[in-house]
Design a protein around this ligand. Sequence first.
Ligand code: TXA
Ligand code: MG
Length: 313
Amino acid sequence: MLEPTPENISQAAALLGEGKLVAFPTETVYGLGADARNDSAVAAVYAAKGRPAFNPLIIHFSDAEAAGETVVFDDRAWRLAAAFWPGALTLVLKRRDTCLVSLLASAGLDTLAVRVPHHPVAHALLEQAGFPIAAPSANRSGRISPTAAEHVLADLGDRVAAIIDGGPSRVGIESTVVDLSGEEAALLRPGGIPTADIEAIIGPLVVADSDASAPKSPGMLSRHYAPAIPIRINAPSANPGEALLAFGPGVKNRHVNLSRKGDLQEAAANLFAMLHMLDQPGFAGIAVMPIPERGLGIAINDRLRRAAASDKT
Ligand code: TXA
Ligand code: MG
């Protein structure tokens, strides 16, 4: 548990740079932070939270310009950023081709949720780090969001390298999430900035499915990443023409392997990058070897099942 002194904030930034997890205060709730560019650090976030699925994470930036280098801002996005950043608003926008943020952090989507937090400690940490920080709320899956360092200590104390204590969160509920990746601006999650204040700037918002990461309608499902070629899961081996996405030891070296050691955190870190790599028109499909249904394997299998099912819709 660290007091928010400049030395401690530098130390926390260094820990993040080494791929460790650091919980830090924001004005909404405390975040469980990881270097957003580092696949294995992002995998560690999902492991620490015990998430049964890979919900896309919010990526935090020190200022709007840095966010604008990572995702494509349109006029609506710049106007909202000018009005509410730094603050409790998250914008979902298209990733740039040059975007260095881990595909796992956005669950393989071609969009990214970005936010510039207002809390001075969060801001100092982002400035010191010099890279974007992926951070969901710093609670285990299914528990309530933490608004004090003590909440994080009780829930995740054994799973983080450090917790920066910045006092109670002023806003106390998560940021408002607005999707600007399409024509119509959509409210994905009500939160710290009132919807009416946002509508006063960009006009009416359509209300999307409240949990964009667990879509119920096929229309929402199609928004999620699925390879263009068919996926076959629980495949012991590849059929002729198929690429094999292997898992575990004892598989020929020429095959792309999620984790030769059979390590589920390493497999999670590699999942989306390897699916993208194998998603080539030269293959008839991707055969994925069985992944154990435990730990992060549950989230990996959730994602693979969705990717396999979306072929049929
Ligand atoms: O206030 C907050 O937003 C806190 C602090 C730490 O910044 N963070 C937070 O993160 O609440 P998290 O991961 O618990 O919530 C992320 C929300 C989820 O509802 C997720 O589905 C949505 O943002 N989201 C993230 N990326 C998205 C994307 N590319 N497309 C659609 N929704 C996305
Ligand atoms: Mg949360």
